[in-house]
Write a protein that binds this ligand. Structure first.
Ligand code: CMP
Length: 350
């Protein structure tokens, strides 16, 4: 048995024994996903040869310690495998926050080299944390709904990236917990500075987002339409609402309570944003975006690994994905109508 394999199994065994998860498969899946992400972060740090690169702060309005990519925090042996390596913006210790992390320690291992099969066709953020182990006494929120309401929820979340990759139970729990809320035009749904209670998904209508910074009058920074979602930041970081959200038409929203949001949607969302934020800041095409807009892009990203010589996009095919090169290089060619191939400028990271 390869030594590395034995070590991983040993570590996983200890975590399973200590957490006693009900959903063992999900727990193990989360464990391996987290390991892949830690490996990916170490690989990228060493590939860029910037071992002490700091990840910038999530939002200027909050303060939290920075994380060093070269020595990512890894969970203690008795930490649930699926928990995030950093919830450093969490400030309270309320009753539902047993999903918060235990103290993390620095990984003493040297930077790893890239394994031969690293990230091949893998999606690193495939599952949201089930959190089953730490919520055995948790009473699920179930708001009765008609089949017609359920259908409307399904349609509203169908194209929303935050709801991708939920397993069946998680999906059911989310739909059960959602509450229908209706607002007239020009009503305030969220007030900047208020305490976070719900996360919202837009079924119909439009809303504007305003942010007031440094005592200046608030400015419009974003708008939402059907399928959009907002109100996650205060729930994720136990901070005040970072923006004011006002309806600009009659609106139907689906509201998810704070505890269900944290239990099911938070882990995957914050993990992805953390993973990609430093990289997205370096992408020239995205430089002019607001930090929050880059977070929304991070929500939609999935890592895909291509081997040298593989075709990523073929001229004439229908476009279904937009790609950003995180590491590596690509050549570009263009065919004339006569079928003659011309080299174009190549592409690199960003
Ligand atoms: P939250 O802080 O909980 O409440 C206000 C929400 O507005 C916030 O979560 C985000 O979901 C959303 N929002 C949209 N644009 C921004 C932005 N530029 N800065 C902060 N929050 C924003």
């Amino acid at each position: 048995m390869p030594q590395a394999y034995a070590e991983i199994l040993n570590d996983l065994n200890q975590k399973v024994i200590s957490a006693q998860p009900q959903d063992v498969l999900q727990f193990c899946a989360n464990y391996f996903n987290q390991k892949l992400e830690e490996q990916r972060i170490r690989f990228l740090a060493s590939a860029r040869n910037t071992p002490n690169r700091e990840i910038p702060q999530f939002l200027p309005a909050y303060t939290h310690p920075t994380i060093s990519i070269s020595s990512p925090k890894v969970p203690h042996a008795n930490t649930p495998a699926a928990s995030s390596p950093d919830h450093s913006m969490d400030s309270d210790s309320d009753s539902d926050s047993d999903d918060d992390d235990d103290e993390a320690h620095e990984d003493p291992s040297p930077l790893l080299s890239m394994p031969a099969n690293y990230m091949r066709g893998r999606r690193t953020s495939v599952s949201a944390e089930s959190m089953v182990p730490s919520h055995q006494n948790y009473v699920k929120t179930v708001i009765p709904k008609t089949p017609e309401q359920r259908k409307r929820i399904e349609l509203s979340i169908a194209s929303n990236f935050l709801f991708k990759n939920l397993d069946e139970d998680q999906h059911e729990d989310v739909v059960n917990a959602m509450a229908e809320k209706r607002f007239r035009s020009r009503e305030t749904v969220i007030e900047q500075g208020a305490v976070g209670d719900f996360f919202y998904v837009v079924e119909t209508g439009t809303l504007d987002v305003f942010v007031a910074k440094n005592g200046n009058p608030s400015e419009k920074v974003f708008e939402y339409g059907p399928g959009g979602s907002f109100g996650e930041l205060a729930l994720m970081y136990n901070g005040p609402r970072a923006a004011t959200v006002i309806t600009t038409s009659d609106v139907v929203l689906w509201a998810l309570d704070r505890i269900t949001f944290r239990r099911i949607l938070m882990e995957n969302t914050s993990r992805k944003r953390r993973m990609y934020e430093a990289f997205l800041e370096t992408v020239p095409l995205l430089v002019s975006l607001e930090p929050y807009e880059r977070h929304k892009i991070a929500d939609a990203l999935e890592s895909v690994y291509f081997e040298d010589g593989q075709t990523v996009v073929r001229q004439g095919d229908q476009g279904d994905n937009f790609f950003i090169i995180e590491s590596g290089e690509a050549t570009v060619t263009k065919c004339s109508e006569e079928g003659e191939e011309f080299p174009m400028p190549g592409l690199g990271p960003g």
